[in-house]
Write a protein that binds this ligand. Structure first.
Ligand SMILES: Nc1ncnc2c1ncn2[C@@H]1O[C@H](COP(=O)(O)OP(=O)(O)O)[C@@H](O)[C@H]1O
Ligand SMILES: [Mg+2]
Length: 367
């Protein structure tokens, strides 16, 4: 699968971009603040309907404009045309001219995994970051997971709204509690089953890119230790005091252990960085296993921060991408692009919101 054509209108610093991409390895070169990351952001947005920078639609609209448009053609066994428009007043998402009705039908059309500076938050950030990572993996693995999660979150919101009222309606609360426990138990079951299956992939990815291969293990840490319904009943007084649902999978964590010690507390800066990359590599490899081919890899500058030996960890995945007609987009500044990855790659120059094939003769000779 690859993204064959990207079209941007008033997206970030691009007023208008129409570009065709073939399968393979695309290197986006340019100085700082030219629009390299913005391209990756647009591709990731098409794949997942969210920005990996954690911002909403408004920030992505070009300054002074009302809305942005992002479109692409996805070429796999079949060809699809995706069109997305966002403004404060209106959102539209269409595939082959038809409006998309259900998110779960849409996600999966274009698969992408991004490697970016934000990934460090997977290790250093709050539990919510790791929960989101786990949810994303599970949504990509089980078609039923996303609807299940949405069901849980609806029950959670309704329940919290009730708990905020001065006079709590007991019957209504009980109804939402039942729904919360039903969906919650299923979510915990899937997370518990999945984590030990994913952990060896992460361990292997870490070993491949770490110098001194400490052992990495991922451990699912549910907030609920026993029976959800029983623990929730016991937490009643606390819930009344805090006026919110204090217990449930919305409080889970995914523990990252290096040599059985929590990485957030004990790992060095370098180890944490390696760990973040390893988690994403494992995600890409997990997807490759499910789909038979790697997802589109979006690599934002991180390779520049990794030394050659750590970068070598990417090679198996890059090879697989090449053999399956997949695609890699990687950004870097001209000085520090990792030359050892230079095989059949296509170089692009990014400058002031425009993309042009790279035409430096010295660079052409090098390839
Ligand atoms: N909503 C926006 N409208 C116009 N320009 C924007 C918007 N958001 C970011 N930019 C501009 O985009 C550029 C940064 O693009 P980015 O892709 O992050 O750069 P880099 O090439 O360093 O990866 C900056 O010049 C910034 O001012
Ligand atoms: Mg950038």
């Amino acid at each position: 699968m690859h993204l064959a054509r990207l079209r941007l209108r008033d997206f970030r610093n691009y007023s208008r971009l129409d570009v065709d991409f073939g399968p393979g390895f695309h290197l986006l070169l340019g100085d700082n603040a030219q629009g390299k990351t913005n391209i990756l952001e647009a591709i990731y947005l098409l794949a997942s309907l969210r920005s990996f920078r954690g911002v909403g639609g408004a920030q992505m609209v070009r300054h002074g404009q009302r809305g942005y448009f992002v479109g692409c053609q996805v070429v796999g066994p079949t060809v699809h045309e995706i069109k997305m428009y966002w403004s404060a007043k209106e959102r539209r998402l269409a595939v082959d001219g038809q409006p998309v009705r259900r998110l779960s039908d849409y996600l999966g059309l274009l698969r992408a995994v991004v490697f970016c500076a934000e990934d460090l938050q997977l290790v250093k950030g709050p539990a919510s970051r790791r929960r989101r990572f786990l949810d994303l993996l599970l949504a990509q693995t089980h078609p039923a997971y996303l609807p299940l999660l949405q069901r849980y979150l609806r029950a959670l919101r309704s329940r919290n709204a009730l708990l905020k009222q001065r006079q709590v309606e007991e019957a209504a609360l009980e109804g939402f509690t039942r729904e919360l426990v039903l969906a919650g138990n299923e979510i915990m079951r899937l997370r518990r089953e999945f984590t030990p299956r994913f952990s060896p992939l992460a361990r292997l990815a870490y070993r491949r890119i770490a110098h001194d291969a400490e052992d990495l293990r991922l451990d699912y840490l549910p907030a609920v230790k026993g029976d959800f319904a029983v623990e929730l009943a016991k937490a009643r007084a606390r819930e009344r005091a805090f006026r919110t649902t204090v217990l449930g999978p919305h409080r889970d964590d995914l523990e990252l252990l290096l040599e059985e010690r929590p990485a957030a507390a004990f790992a060095s800066e370098g180890q944490q960085r390696t760990l973040a990359v390893a988690l994403k590599l494992a995600q890409a490899e997990h997807l490759a296993g499910l789909l038979g081919a790697p997802p589109i890899l979006l690599i934002d500058d991180v390779m520049g921060e990794l030394d050659a030996r750590r970068r070598a960890g990417f090679v198996p995945l890059l090879d697989r991408t090449r053999h399956t007609q997949g695609q890699v987009f990687m950004t870097c500044t001209a000085e520090n692009w990792p030359r050892e990855l230079n095989r059949e790659l296509r170089r692009w120059q990014v400058a002031a919101g425009a993309l042009t094939p790279w035409a430096d003769p010295a660079n052409l000779r090098a390839s």
